[in-house]
Design a protein around this ligand. Sequence first.
Ligand code: HMG
Length: 382
Amino acid sequence: MNIGIDKIGFYAPAYYLDMTKLAEARGVDANKYTIGLGQDKMAVPPITQDTITMGANAAIKILSKADLESIDLVILGTESGIDQSKAGATTIHHMLGINPRARAIEMKQACYGATAGIQLAKGHVALNPTKKALVIASDISRYGLNSGGEPTQGAGAVAILIAADPKILILENDTSYFTDDILDFWRPNYSDFAFVDGKYSNEQYQRFFEEVYTDYMEKTQRSLDDFAAFTFHIPYSKMGLKALRTIADEEDHATLFKNFKDSTYYNRSVGNIYAGSLYLSLVSLLEKGSLHAGDRIGLFSYGSGAVGEFFSGILQPDYKNALVADHDEMLQKRTALNIKEYEAMFNASLIKDGSHQILDTRNESSDFYLKEVKHHQRIYNK
Ligand code: HMG
């Protein structure tokens, strides 16, 4: 049975900071961010958006009534969830009006959580071929103002519907994964910000890519020529480019590099969305690239701490028609922030003492948003 991605779409918050403005404020040459890191803009979430609302906002765009009935598994892959016990997927399940006879869980392994969710969903659909699974990757990436990681922040969510006979991408069963207990990036329970050993994390990303890519190629006996494109976990677009350069030469494989550029289209304007970054890159490639039915796409997922996986998919004949059309429009409608506005939005926080906080939602135009916090509970619009 062929199982894979039947639908896919993303949501990004309505505000952004231009990387040149951040560079100016931090006394850095703007080329370091736009060329050195390969990032143009960074999505900034208002306090009314969290991993739950962003996930629901991404999912509502892709799901039909029939999907809501046939989904019986909802997985939220996130590392910036809002509760230590309750899975955000239970709230998203309710917000979207999904069939109550469903499982809803949250998965965590840094940026790898949604990939684990997709592989679990594949197994679930294999056992229940008439059912569908909704996998959502939703995260807010925060390193802190003036920190080394600041230019690699971002926020957003990708929603992926996994089904039999998928309209977009059959996920092949060939896959290679690798785990090692390392501390390249982590966020203790008491901290709102991630800690990171920047250079070490870059090295580990490369090491994990080499491990899983080599193993996949050995196991499948495939070569570069079997692939039309490679997509990567994109913490910043230059990181993926560096990984691609380790396996392909720009002169000999110009198409792979052109396709890679297409695959960073949305990432360059949204920033790192952790669990969703690989899938944001896939959406970019599907919408902006010029691939054909039958083309094989390689996907590299990396989650610090760390787990890496390389797997592949085959594009389906009508994939273009199955894509959501308004992602560009959503980004064009965003409001540009100046540095003061960005810092104020970054520093805004929810109360933690159980009292009642009513949020200013006048500028919210998203389908789902947070409107109050009361008795330690988040209250969303319905
Ligand atoms: P940094 O020290 O600020 O930057 O840290 P740098 O000095 O390494 O420079 C970055 C690049 O800009 C270099 O290019 C410079 O040469 C270039 P490279 O040599 O690497 O090709 N550069 C310039 N280019 C043009 N004009 C200029 C100029 N100046 C310099 N004037 C770092 C950068 C990414 C380490 C930092 O931002 C950071 O720590 N970010 C967070 C960690 C991260 O994103 N790591 C990526 C791998 S780990 C991962 O992907 C997992 C993660 O997503 C978490 C998870 O799994 O949940 C992070």
